[in-house]
Design a protein around this ligand. Structure first.
Ligand code: E4P
Length: 215
């Protein structure tokens, strides 16, 4: 399983690179806005810092414009993956770009039907927005499980990215569902290491060991 960071905070990424667990980065317009930097500046910084795949989003809305913009963004780095939206134009642009060896992350996928269209059109990654689906009262992980089964059944080789991850439990459910990638905010990334039982047990061991040393 791959772990991506869902952030454009370059210092936050840099601080976690040494963990060995940052397999890539995903961004979106909101994340770029939060970075406070111009899009191209921050995107190029991340593309240089991270050896793995970095998703940067094309913001055009028509197929022709998306194609032109994606070609431009893809030239920024070998590890650039272009995010296109789950729209009719996005899917059309995806089917053309995937034949040019430009890797596309089809984003904002919220249903099995959308995931099927993304796979048929040649997506490299399919981003399922699990937390946002859950927030509507539906079950985001059901879409993930169904998509995984659909990919196996029909032999699609796209990879699922679990997006909109809100809790460490979303990560555990992603592992169980066989998703290839989770993309995490730094808070959830950091929480992967922790468990209250681990903390309490180690605290007790440290106390007991002090007693042994004081004998
Ligand atoms: C993924 O494609 C999305 O850009 C991202 O994970 C969405 O996260 P959010 O729901 O926290 O904005």
């Amino acid at each position: 399983m791959k772990i991506f960071l869902d952030t454009a905070d370059v210092e936050a990424i840099r601080a976690r690179i040494d963990s060995g667990f940052v397999d890539g980065v995903t961004t979106n317009p909101s994340i770029i806005m939060k970075s406070g930097k111009p899009f191209e500046t921050v995107a190029r910084e991340i593309l240089e810092l991270v050896p793995g795949d970095v998703s940067i989003e094309a913001m055009s809305t028509t197929c022709d414009e998306m194609i032109a913009e994606s070609r431009q963004l893809a030239s920024w780095g070998k590890n650039a993956v272009i995010k296109l939206p789950m729209t009719r134009d996005g899917i059309k642009a995806l089917s053309i770009l995937s034949q040019e060896d430009i890797r596309i992350n089809l984003t904002m996928v919220a249903s099995l039907n959308q995931a099927m269209l993304a796979c048929k059109a040649g997506a490299h990654y399919v981003s399922i927005i699990v937390g946002r689906i859950d927030a509507t009262g539906a079950d985001g992980m059901e879409v993930v499980r169904d998509t995984r089964a659909m990919m196996r059944e029909y032999g699609f080789d796209a990879q699922i990215i679990i997006g909109s991850v809100r809790t460490p439990n979303h990560v555990m459910m992603s592992i169980r569902a066989g998703a290839q990638v989770v993309t995490l905010g730094t808070a959830v990334f950091d929480q992967l290491y922790d468990h209250p039982l681990t903390e309490a047990g180690l605290e007790q061991f440290a106390k007991d060991w002090q007693a042994v040393e004081n004998r």
